[in-house]
Design a protein around this ligand. Structure first.
Ligand SMILES: [Zn+2]
Length: 109
């Protein structure tokens, strides 16, 4: 086998995230936030406030979001509808790769 291909295969770690989780847990794992404008932001901090949560992005935005597993952001995150990473957030390449390889699954253990 070609050395290069071997290298790529080694790096490919598939991460599984259960779909039916609360948004908080979802964001807490991927550390990414899909904005309505289609930009993907890096999450700097996340604060659990029960039914809502406070999201702070690396580019300095801070806002309150509903913690629901069926919210827009949860859907956008699962479906990977945000294609443009925020330039100000400077999301590292490995994080985007990890996100793109993440499998959102229905399966329960
Ligand atoms: Zn940003």
């Amino acid at each position: 086998m070609d050395e290069k291909i071997k290298e790529v295969k080694k790096q490919k770690v598939v991460r599984y995230i259960f779909k039916n989780q609360r948004l908080f847990q979802l964001i807490n794992k991927v550390k990414l936030w899909p904005s309505r404008s289609g930009t993907l932001h890096g999450v700097k901090s996340l604060e659990n406030r029960g039914k809502t949560m406070v999201v702070t992005t690396h580019c300095g935005e801070s806002f309150v979001a509903w913690d629901s597993k069926n919210s827009r952001s949860a859907r956008w995150l699962r479906n990977r509808w945000c294609k443009n990473p925020c330039k100000k957030c400077k999301i590292p390449e490995w994080k985007l790769t990890k996100y793109s390889q993440t499998v959102f699954t229905d399966a329960r253990k």
